[in-house]
Design a protein around this ligand. Structure first.
Ligand SMILES: *Cc1c(COP(=O)(O)O)cnc(C)c1O
Length: 230
């Protein structure tokens, strides 16, 4: 299969899994994580219907987003303070925010560009030392502080599950969904109305994530790698 075929296969299966879970097919956004490929492969996925792409490096999102303005570009990587103006200039949605000092810098960069930056707060649900993100017990306070910034809109939560065991991944996804529900219940109504997204699930575990309520799945290898095996 080529990139276009793999994209269509994953997109079709996302719709099937939604149906199997009793969810509307349009309730999950498939982000094609293009961090390992160049513009030719992005163009193939776009041709096949992809409209959302994810990048984890500022240099990559800065190069690709203006080349494909018809797509939405998601920043899913480590946020370096000095690259925040570049990220804000290119990203539709930043998934990987977990420090208030970065949120404050995003607010200033967004104000300078005359935009409101949509963000997700990344939570380290599993507690693995190798994973970044806010601790679950810190998430509500961080969401509140970020939502108070005038040029930042907090749209939900993001997490990464431990690899290898799908039942552990599912526990992680359920943990994020439960936490989001608790946080939403404590936000003022306008902030709660914006707080709808759950970004969770990658090539190996996106099916489990959809079953647990994901609204955004981030899929790289299953779309862009010839050698990906289930
Ligand atoms: C690379 C990456 C993905 C995609 O991972 P695959 O296993 O290739 O699907 C998703 N989310 C983040 C944060 C990533 O860095």
């Amino acid at each position: 299969m080529n990139t276009a075929q793999r994209y269509r296969t994953v997109a079709d299966e996302v719709a099937e899994v939604c149906a199997a879970c009793g969810r509307a097919p349009g309730s999950v956004r498939l982000v094609a994580v293009s961090k390992t490929v160049g513009p030719d492969e992005v163009a193939c996925a776009l041709q096949a219907g992809a409209r959302d792409f994810g990048e984890n490096r500022p240099d990559q999102i800065v190069a690709k987003a203006p080349a494909f303005p018809q797509a939405r570009w998601h920043f899913i990587g480590n946020i370096q303070s000095r690259r925040i103006p570049d990220i804000v200039g290119a990203a539709t949605l930043i998934h990987s925010l977990y420090q208030l000092r970065h949120a404050e810098k995003i607010d200033r960069a967004a104000e300078a560009l005359g935009k409101v930056q949509d963000v997700l707060v990344e939570v380290n649900v599993s507690g693995e030392a190798s994973k970044s993100g806010a601790a679950p017990e810190e998430a509500l306070a961080l969401v509140r502080s970020c939502a108070a910034l005038p040029h930042v809109r907090v749209c939900g939560l993001m997490t990464m599950a431990p690899q290898g065991d799908l039942s552990v991944a599912a526990d992680t996804f359920r943990g994020l969904a439960d936490l989001a529900g608790e946080i939403r219940a404590q936000l003022p109504s306008d902030e709660a109305a914006a707080f709808t997204e759950l970004s969770m699930g990658m090539s190996d575990d996106w099916r489990e994530a959809i079953a647990c309520g994901a609204t955004i799945v981030r899929v790289g290898r299953a779309i862009f790698s010839e050698s990906f095996q289930e």
